[in-house]
Write a protein that binds this ligand. Sequence first.
Ligand code: MLT
Length: 276
Amino acid sequence: MPLFDRDGRRIAYLDTGGPVSVHHRGGARLRTLLLLHAFPLHSRMWEPQLTAVPAGWRFVAPDFCGFGESDGDADARSVSIEDYARDALALLDHLRIDHAVVGGLSMGGYVAFALWRLAVSRVAGLVLADTKAEADGPEARKGRLEMVTLLDDSGVESVIDRMVPRLLGERTRRDSPGVEAVVRRIAGANSPTGLRTALLRMMERPDSSALLPRIVCPSLVIVGDQDMPTPPQQARAMHAGIRGSSIVEIRGAGHLSNLEQPEAFNEALRDYLASL
Ligand code: MLT
């Protein structure tokens, strides 16, 4: 897995359809989709998409700081979701990519909003999957702190056990137990400090609702029809708030729609990217 150095921290990322293909295409310019992962997963949750990259595209998926193979930030005092977006922008700089379509699922969507705030001119499009613009309310903040306590007292596995029933749709849990195994394998590789930082950063993230009417780039909202944490109703409201956006509701998927129904997710992505 490639790594790059960011102020003494290693950031890992997956990169498919990249510079090698540029050669093969006689130097034709590829467009980039930056894929930002959910909590408590890492970049490998995007494998079903990274293995189906449409012609003319390059998909790049970083591990956020402290997730997967990326180093944690031992000195992190900041609890800003923007820090993940800054790392993602540094990765684009490292790869000499000026503009990218930015796609995020759930926490990845929160980071996509942060990236938009920091560097709107670099965002060629937005894919907002199973996510929301609103900040955490008092109940959600309380839940984050309880999760931090669970993590500190009982470890990563306990967080995964708590989360899995809400992450996966009913149909996936019933018919595709392999997906749960994949989620557990990916999440189980994350460090407690990475998860802890993420819980605090999500808890402190700003409300992005006011951004929605200002988003003018082509945008796609995707949601699993059985998504519990960010249900279709919320996705429809986000779609209504972003002028000209489109929405795809994926049948038989919960919150991790890209892993639960990869073919339908890839079709939505392919159609959207082809429209750009
Ligand atoms: C995620 O899937 O990234 C999380 O459910 C996001 C959250 O806890 O708000």
